[in-house]
Design a protein around this ligand. Structure first.
Ligand code: GLV
Length: 389
């Protein structure tokens, strides 16, 4: 058993265990992948202030996100096809999150359905919705999320069109995987993955197959998004979804102060500063660099969260010290899941928690809620994307 000390260790095991098609799906950004790379590298421009000889005992990472108690300000992000990274992946990830005390967000594009995840967990989880043209489908989706006792929906607003990830096209990404010479040859080298997958019936998009009408190939994410998603989405429509749902709403995919103001105006409970992990608009600014401007615009009106680029507890601390009330990990938990199933997700959470806890202590802080700009050295112009770092 290898000694696993960081998220990168989990990524390496995940890469070995998982069919190329699904590894590439998680590990891609769109087009040149500039935004995908900068989401992580921009965190390194922020440095931490080391403090000594202050009482570092009795530390706590506990806080709240949209009023819910969390063991640390980290939620599991919605990730499509999670049940292809590992058999029954969404159920395993949700159970690990529940046991750890952090929110789990189920993607509309999950393999395990909302009902299935609800049947295998005790606590309410969050449900991510895409903005589709089909009113009936949307209304039914909200009803299903209510019936499953979801405590919030996360509306993704940055995927009216799907960004092109070259490797998905080259690999012929689908769920379940289409059997071609190339995919079979690769899957034959992933025996434990394959055996587990043969042992489950959950191999299709569980929220879509049997629920969505008029989709010509329900196994293909790109076909489904092109046929069903609403390219004409506007704020009126988003407000309508909020009304139909009637509960807590988090709006995901905000990168500009102007859009943040619109989200606050319609009464969102939180917004997520996110460029979709660099998977949509390649050339967009990293989310950590946009965080200060968004906080300036709406920080006093709505809870501001951040995703895209978090791979460590130090990253969490930097985002929170800048002012984010919460963060999300997508790839970081996917690595753990693909590497070791439910235990791997727990491992990813433990790693990030330990890094956050120790970093906080070495910065001279004992309470995650007291982190602030005083803990950081932020280069001049960091929050201004027109300044080259
Ligand atoms: C879906 O949300 C994706 O980024 O593939």
């Amino acid at each position: 058993m290898p000694v696993i000390t960081n998220i990168e260790d989990l990524r390496r095991i995940y890469e070995r265990r998982t069919p190329r098609m699904f590894y590439d799906y998680a590990e891609s950004g769109s087009w040149t992948e500039q935004t995908f790379r900068e989401n992580t590298s921009d965190f390194r421009h922020i440095r931490l202030k080391q403090r000594v000889a202050v009482d570092m005992s009795g530390r706590s990472t506990r806080t709240t996100m949209i009023g819910e108690d969390v063991a640390m300000p980290v939620a599991l992000a919605p990730v499509g096809l999670t049940g292809m990274q590992c058999a029954d992946g969404e159920i395993k990830a949700a159970r690990a999150a529940e046991a750890f005390g952090v929110p789990f967000t189920l993607s509309t594009m999950s393999i395990c359905s909302i009902e299935d995840v609800a049947a295998h967990t005790k606590n309410p989880f969050w449900f991510q919705v895409y903005t589709l043209k089909d009113d009936d489908f949307m209304r039914r989706l909200f009803e299903r999320a209510h019936a499953a006792n979801c405590s919030a929906i996360v509306i993704t607003v940055d995927l009216q069109l799907l960004g092109q990830r070259h490797r998905d096209l080259k690999n012929g990404l689908s769920a379940p995987p289409k059997l071609t010479v190339k995919s079979i040859a690769n899957m034959m080298t992933k025996v434990p993955w394959g055996l587990e997958m043969l042992g489950t019936k959950r191999r299709f998009f569980g929220n879509i197959v049997g629920h969505a009408k008029g989709v010509t190939d329900p196994s293909s994410l790109s076909t489904w998004t092109a046929e069903a998603f609403d390219p004409a989405l506007d704020w009126k429509r988003i407000a309508q979804f909020k009304e139909w749902w009637g509960g807590k709403v988090i709006i995901k995919g905000i990168m500009e102060p102007e859009d943040a103001r619109r989200a606050a105006e319609i009464g969102a409970d939180a917004i997520i500063v996110s460029n979709h992990g660099g998977r949509q608009l390649d050339g967009a600014v990293s989310s950590i660099r946009m965080l200060p401007a968004i906080l300036d615009a709406v920080g006093d009106k709505v809870e501001v969260h951040l995703d895209s680029g978090i791979r460590s507890g130090q990253d969490v601390l930097k985002a929170v010290a800048l002012g984010a009330k919460g963060t999300y990990i997508g790839r970081a938990f996917t690595y753990g899941l693909g590497a070791m199933g439910e235990k791997g997700v727990t491992k990813a959470l433990e790693i990030i928690h330990k890094e956050l806890d120790v970093t906080m202590g070495l910065c001279g802080e004992t309470d995650v809620n007291r982190l602030g700009a005083h803990n950081l050295y932020v280069p001049q112009g960091f929050g201004d994307p027109t300044v080259l770092l």
